[in-house]
Design a protein around this ligand. Structure first.
Ligand code: ATP
Ligand code: MG
Length: 363
């Protein structure tokens, strides 16, 4: 069997440049390379509801926004199936069976969930749905027989949990589920892009994002007010590069050609960093440079989005058709799972025969 790719995002807001470098860019590259049989992208609305159950309107509003962002970065719906999680009910069935294979203690050890619980102040009132979302995510992945999952580094614990469920399921019920592998960005600087505040990872829920759909002026404003080195007060002061968000972004986005185009007095990023460390290089200059690079990367995305914004009914249709296809694939896998578990009563004629045999002597 060839590769089956599955990935997705929570429709808790529009997508930002953290998603772009952590996962979206990789998806586009995989799409263009074409080394797969099937490629699914899930808009994980049901997962988003686990910590937004009291604000369903937010999730509803963002489903189409996220779809627009996918199309804006160049996801091609003729090659990739985009679907809505809650409209694939077999995923709930799979989740229900996988719940038996994971202990409460194991769920509580998940480092990403731990961080998220802290940032959402759920400490003493954790919704069960939220704590168990890694299990539902295992259903999302295995429900499509996916073997490749291109996601950001914060998803590593989810993949580990999924792999544990697969191993456990297969050892109890027989070889059924596919063991998936995470596909991380090749540049480690992209693993966890910090927000413009420099404190946390860039996250829709934390309001520290540069969105793919942000207008030119908005991007510029966000870049110019970014966190740098608080001890670098005067231009002549020596500056710190580590933990300086502008340099972290340059590590992610800057290519040697960008110096020729926008900052020809330096050859490469190492030279720029050395100058900043020595002193004599102002924050405004490095921020302008970063702004030029980001604008060049984001402009085609913004323009493509604007085109799709004129064709919203078509986007809706893409989701509707994608969801139909996703249901077919997931139903096929769910039937396989139920067969392995021996709960396929009406499909398996031997179920009745076995029982009839048991009572044969009583006739
Ligand atoms: P939420 O705050 O609602 O969880 P989010 O911004 O964390 O939203 P998700 O939908 O949870 O976004 O994540 C979607 C994908 O983007 C995942 O693969 C995740 O690993 C990746 N990702 C999210 N934020 C970043 C980031 N700051 N840097 C790199 N990758 C990221
Ligand atoms: Mg997240």
């Amino acid at each position: 069997m060839g590769n089956i790719i599955l990935t997705g995002d929570r429709p808790t807001g529009r997508l930002h440049i953290g998603h772009y470098v952590g996962s979206l860019r990789q998806r586009k590259e995989m799409q263009d390379k074409g080394d797969y049989d099937k490629f699914f992208i899930e808009i994980a609305d049901a997962q988003a509801l686990t910590d937004n159950y009291d604000n369903p309107q937010k999730i509803r509003e963002n489903v189409l926004e996220v779809a627009l962002d996918y199309l804006a970065i160049g996801i091609d719906p003729s090659k990739v199936t985009i679907f809505i999680q809650s409209a694939v009910p077999s995923l709930c069935e799979l989740t229900f069976y996988y719940l038996n294979l994971v202990t409460l203690a194991r769920l509580e050890r998940n480092p990403t969930v731990k961080d998220e619980l802290k940032s959402r102040s759920f400490e003493n009132s954790i919704p069960t749905g939220f704590l168990t979302y890694p299990i539902s995510q295992a259903a999302d992945i295995t429900g499509f027989d996916a073997n490749l999952v291109p996601v950001g580094e914060d998803q590593e614990p989810m993949l580990e949990q999924t792999r544990e469920i697969v191993r456990s399921f297969n050892s109890i019920y027989g070889e059924t589920l596919v063991l998936p592998k995470i596909v991380l960005p090749s540049n480690e600087a992209c693993f966890r892009l910090p927000g413009t505040d420099g404190k946390n990872k860039m996250s829709k829920s934390l309001g520290n994002c540069i969105y793919l759909a942000d207008e030119k002026e908005v991007v510029e404003k966000k870049v110019m007010s970014m966190y740098t080195d608080p001890d670098h007060v005067k231009v002549s002061d020596p500056g710190k590069v580590e933990g300086n968000t502008v340099f972290t972004y340059l590590d992610v986005f800057c290519k040697d050609e960008d110096f020729e185009k926008y900052l020809p007095e330096y050859k490469n990023l190492d030279e720029l960093k050395d100058h900043y460390r020595r002193g004599g290089l102002g924050d405004v200059k490095i921020k302008r440079f970063l702004n030029d690079i980001l604008q060049a990367e984001l402009e085609p995305i913004r323009l493509r989005r604007k085109e799709w914004e004129k064709r919203i009914p078509e986007v809706y249709k893409i989701l509707e058709e994608g969801t139909k296809k996703a249901n077919e694939q997931c139903l096929m896998v769910t039937n396989k799972v139920k067969k392995a578990m021996g709960i396929d009563y009406f499909e398996d004629t031997s179920f009745l025969d076995e029982f009839l045999n048991k009572y044969k002597g009583n006739e």
